[in-house]
Design a protein around this ligand. Structure first.
Ligand code: HEC
Ligand code: HEC
Length: 441
């Protein structure tokens, strides 16, 4: 039976094997074919790359050759200049003296630097200019920044007007209203204007411009001409607005007197007032807060030194963190702890808020009974519109709302007038809320 069965199966298996073998062979041929195609594409790519690289190299070589030519040109030009001696400063000869360096400055060199003009006209070059010429030059060289009439464009300086504003909260200081000497205008303009092109004005142009600025300030008529002759006679509007500084003769001598060292106190007390004015608030707000140093505990300084060395008071956070033992204590104790931790946190609020008996509004409202109360409801305090809106919308200072507010006041309530960065630590927030609760619900 088994034999006849094998007769039936063998040919079947044999047939299957043949079909499989044929399929594999066919697939292999196909695979081989596609492999060849891939390789061919690769070769094409490599050839293309090589061509591009050759082109690049050629371009580089051309550029290098160009540059080399340029360098040669420059070198030739330099050599020519050296040969003709043009544009070259002679090296400074060594000079007698301690360092053996340098030479005395030439007269021309000194003259080039010596351009200052003094109130009495000393230093002015000969020249002149009138208002009409000045108007043209000013329109051309200055008006783009200072305006056609010296009124100033955007935020560029105003050069005219502003008379009698010097005592105002926002004085307009111009050449006309403020500057006491005309020489300052001449000197400044000739040295530093037009902005970015300093030193390009001729003397005559400068006279003309200064004449025009005086005209813009209604200090001269339109037929005025300014020159080195009439310059020193011109009196500016604010010439008497400055006083001579006499402190060197008056105050300084007073301070230099021999100090009196008689009847001195035997014991000097350092009050350490600054100890009470705590550093920048740690939360980054803008208000200093007082710390709780006790004046009676401060050291006394005598000739022998301080009575004791004070140690820095622990920061509220550190102290709060250093009291985990409270957890085992009774709940009453826990509340008491929180109240006292909250009192410390409240130092950050004290600059603006008062609590307790006799509390008054200051920058912020009194906070007695605020927890559980309607927001913005304390009589007699002028709240921001934001707080008023919140009050109208029915905001109640539950512990949750208060916690959110104190974490980031400005984010919680856009437009609130409470300029306080917020309390970062949830523990601090919890504590200060418990503290506020202790002043009534
Ligand atoms: C590109 C803009 C620009 C131009 C053009 C220009 N200025 Fe000015 N000017 C300035 C700026 C900026 C200042 C302020 C410079 C400073 O405070 O250091 C100034 C300051 C001045 C001041 C002093 C003003 C003050 O009250 O302190 C005078 C005077 C003045 N310029 C005159 C001129 C004159 C005259 C010209 C034309 C010759 C001129 N400026 C052209 C930008 C300009
Ligand atoms: C720089 C001053 C300032 C500081 C610091 C400050 N506040 Fe205020 N606070 C204000 C002002 C101002 C308002 C009124 C806000 C408004 O009208 O928008 C206010 C409002 C409040 C209100 C709402 C009162 C009400 O009647 O609705 C609470 C509660 C409050 N502050 C708590 C605190 C606490 C707690 C601190 C400290 C962690 C603190 N504030 C720190 C100025 C300050």
């Amino acid at each position: 039976m088994s034999k006849s069965l094998s007769h039936v199966f063998l040919p079947v298996f044999g047939g299957t094997a043949f079909v499989l073998a044929a399929a594999v062979a066919f697939a292999n041929r196909n695979y081989g074919q596609s492999q060849i195609e891939t390789l061919e594409t690769r070769i094409e790519q490599v050839e293309a790359n090589a061509a591009a690289a050759r082109e690049n190299a050629q371009a580089e070589a051309n550029r290098a050759a160009e540059l080399e030519l340029k360098v040669e040109e420059i070198q030739a030009a330099a050599a020519e200049r050296v040969a003709s001696g043009a544009n070259l400063t002679a090296p400074a000869p060594s000079h007698d003296g301690i360092y053996g360096l340098g030479r005395p400055a030439l007269e021309e060199e000194v003259a080039a630097w010596d351009v200052d003009v003094l109130p009495d006209g000393r230093g002015l070059p000969a020249g002149s200019g009138d208002v009409w010429t000045g108007e043209e030059v000013f329109a051309d060289r200055c008006a783009s920044c200072h305006g056609e009439f010296a009124e100033g464009v955007d935020n560029w300086p105003v050069l005219a007007g502003g008379f009698d504003t010097l005592a105002d909260e926002d004085p307009v200081k111009t050449v006309g209203s403020y500057w006491p000497h005309l020489s300052t205008a001449w000197d400044y303009i000739s040295r530093s204007m037009p902005f970015g092109e300093a030193g390009t004005l001729t003397a005559d142009e400068t006279y003309a411009i200064v004449a025009y600025i005086l005209y813009s300030n209604d200090l001269v008529d339109d037929d005025f001409e300014l020159n080195n002759e009439n310059f020193a006679d011109f009196e500016m509007y604010n010439m008497d607005g400055f006083v001579v500084d006499v402190r060197p003769e008056t105050e300084y001598t007073e301070w230099r007197k021999e100090p009196c060292m008689e009847n001195c106190k035997a014991e000097a007390t350092v009050t350490m007032r600054s100890v009470f004015l705590v550093e920048t608030p740690p939360e980054g707000g803008s208000n200093s807060v007082m710390n709780d140093a006790n004046p009676d505990e401060l050291p006394v300084f005598t000739a022998d030194g301080p009575s004791f060395i004070p140690t820095a008071a622990p920061k509220p956070e550190e102290e709060a963190a250093a009291t985990p033992a409270v957890q085992e204590a009774a709940e009453v104790d826990e509340t008491a702890e929180l109240v006292s931790a909250g009192e410390k946190v409240f130092k950050k609020c004290k600059a603006c808020h008062q609590v307790g008996e006799g509390a008054k509004h200051s920058t912020g409202p009194t906070l007695n009974g605020v927890i559980g109360a309607n927001a913005g409801s304390v009589e007699g305090f002028k709240y921001s519109n934001a707080m008023k809106d919140a009050a109208e919308a029915g905001l109640i200072w539950t512990a949750e709302e208060m916690a959110a507010f104190l974490a980031k006041p400005k984010e919680y309530m856009k437009g609130t007038r409470m300029s306080f960065a917020g309390l970062k630590k949830p523990d601090d927030i919890e504590a200060v809320i418990v503290y506020l609760k202790s002043f009534g619900n």
